[in-house]
Design a protein around this ligand. Structure first.
Ligand code: 13P
Length: 254
């Protein structure tokens, strides 16, 4: 089964939650949980938690990610963070193109592509988010939207660079709403994304790329989703903020 070619990745996206002192408490709870997990464990924390997270997770199985990165190396971009700032701080993963960035901060397919290029050039692993809105699903254009987002974000990215790209399929209507996609809905789109990758990069690259599901994933629904052939882990918001819930997700992925 092609699924065996990929190690599942469970990534917490903390969004704008947890101060550094709160992060310390949660990370100390997560470290032993990740130790026995047969999946990769990543926590994508707010910028102000990076230093704490990197220090605490040194020598453990938890990797630290950021939630955004700018595409320029430096300059007059008030409020932005460069890829080199992240790598020098010890960050190894970065979430790019999250729907909340697209919805609230004018992120476009073009800027997602630029950020992806800059992150990969700096040696970061990119968790690239794609996903349709409810109206788009209702209009029957889910595949069109997801294909466009995927292809646009990966413009100029080589098959070699794809070794450091994870795709997170996050239907916007399922994020933070408690309305999880059914196992079949999630599998259908993740399989489609793999087809898009196969067309662009060939079967070997497509088979090796980790494709996560994200959107109200929790201890109750994780096992069903993660058992699907094309779902190789999760990008998890709410349930990544509680150690017990995160533990259940790590177990489901292992
Ligand atoms: P929830 O798990 O809270 O629905 O968030 C999903 C998400 O947006 C992860 O990036």
């Amino acid at each position: 089964m092609n699924k065996t070619l990929r190690t599942p990745v469970i990534a917490g996206n903390w969004k704008m939650n947890k101060t550094a002192s709160e992060a310390e408490i949660l990370i100390k709870e997560l470290i032993p949980l990740a130790e026995n997990a047969a999946c990769e464990t990543v926590i994508c924390v707010p910028f102000t938690d990076i230093s704490t997270a990197v220090t605490l997770t040194k020598g453990t199985k938890i990797k630290v990610g950021a939630q955004n990165v700018h595409f320029k190396a430096s300059g007059a971009f008030t409020g932005e963070i460069s890829a080199k700032m992240l790598t020098e701080a010890g960050v190894t993963y970065v979430v790019i193109g999250h729907s909340e960035r697209r919805q609230y901060f004018n992120e476009t397919d073009l800027t997602v592509n630029r950020r992806t290029k800059a992150a990969l050039e700096a040696g970061l692993t990119v968790i690239l988010c794609v996903g349709e809105m409810l109206s788009e699903r209702e209009d029957g254009i889910t595949e069109t939207v997801v294909e466009l987002q995927t292809v646009a974000a990966l413009t100029g990215i080589t098959a070699e660079q794809m070794k450091n790209v994870i795709i997170a399929y996050e239907p916007v209507w399922a994020i933070g709403t408690g309305k999880v996609a059914t196992d079949e809905q999630a599998e259908e789109v993740c399989a489609f994304i793999r087809k898009v990758l196969e067309t662009k990069y060939g079967k070997e690259t497509a088979d090796k790329t980790v494709i996560q599901y994200g959107g109200s994933m929790n201890p109750k629904n994780a096992a069903g989703l993660l058992a699907k052939e094309n779902i190789d882990g999760g990008l998890i918001g709410g349930a990544s903020l509680k150690a017990d819930d995160f533990k259940a997700l790590l177990e489901a992925a292992s």
